[in-house]
Design a protein around this ligand. Structure first.
Ligand code: SF4
Length: 258
């Protein structure tokens, strides 16, 4: 098991990019209104006002969404009272912000870490408590020791818990909480597992890239992402901080009935 302290990515970076996005929306909206308005006034004097009103409504909606997101992130409370709005944020706004951050020269991994942390906060703000059998722990196969002879894809319980990799601790934890656990070798298998098991809450362990796409693809299913550690390089004998997984489960999973 990896013993790093629990990793806390920088939320402020993403909030900074969000504020920059607000400014950009205002500047672009002004230019989009001002440039054609000169010509529109020649067609009819009231056209600039009409065009300005429509544009203003679009800008206010966008700024409202960005402001709600910043407030949710700063306070930890859920200001997105509808799944529809939360969906727009996760599916479209976050990726747009990541693209904007990339244009500003920010590191992709760092931005994706922020995305995952902020998604986790949005899930946390909903204060979900899900029965253990409606929860799913989804793992990447690279967590298994590369030369382990047991094929655990499909059934983690085949692991004999020799302790050479983190599958052992995770299987133990899943058993303790009574939660189903699965290993996916890629996005397609992960989707198949989700369709078959129909969980109401997923704890997914993976790298930045896979978690970012997994969270987006799985929406509206709430997914908390836990980053794996890669001391031996990507996709090879990766590790997790078991306590990080335990904390998420304690927060979102109802204790098994006795
Ligand atoms: S803990 Fe399980 S999966 Fe990992 S090396 Fe040992 S038997 Fe294989």
């Amino acid at each position: 098991m990896h013993t790093d302290p629990i990793y806390r990515p920088r939320k402020r970076l993403f909030i900074g990019v969000l504020l920059f996005a607000c400014l950009l929306v205002l500047v672009v909206a002004f230019l989009v209104w001002w440039i054609p308005s000169v010509g529109l006034a020649n067609i009819h004097p009231s056209l600039p006002l009409l065009f300005g009103s429509i544009l203003g409504a679009v800008v206010l909606t966008t700024l409202g969404g960005l402001t709600l997101l910043i407030l949710t992130l700063l306070t930890g409370r859920d200001f997105f009272f509808s799944d529809y709005m939360r969906g727009i944020v996760i599916k479209y706004l976050f990726p747009a912000i990541i693209a904007l951050g990339r244009c500003c020269g920010l590191d992709r991994d760092t931005l994706q870490q922020s995305f995952i942390a902020l998604n986790n906060q949005l899930v946390r703000a909903r204060k979900l408590r899900v029965p253990a059998d409606k929860t799913l722990i989804l793992l990447p196969h690279c967590i298994q020791m590369f030369d382990c002879e047991i094929k655990i894809t499909g059934d983690v319980n085949k692991c004999v818990r020799c302790g050479k990799c983190d599958i052992s601790g995770l299987a133990q934890l899943a058993e303790e909480f009574g939660i189903p656990i699965a290993v996916a070798t890629g996005g397609t298998l992960a989707r198949k597992i989700i369709v078959e098991r129909r969980p109401r809450f997923i704890l997914a362990v993976a790298c930045e890239r896979d978690l970012t796409s997994g969270i987006r693809d799985s929406y509206p299913l709430p997914v908390v992402g836990v980053l794996n550690r890669r001391p031996h390089g990507p996709c090879f004998n990766t590790m997790i901080v078991l306590n990080e997984v335990r904390q998420v489960l304690k927060e979102h999973v109802l204790p098994p009935k006795t």
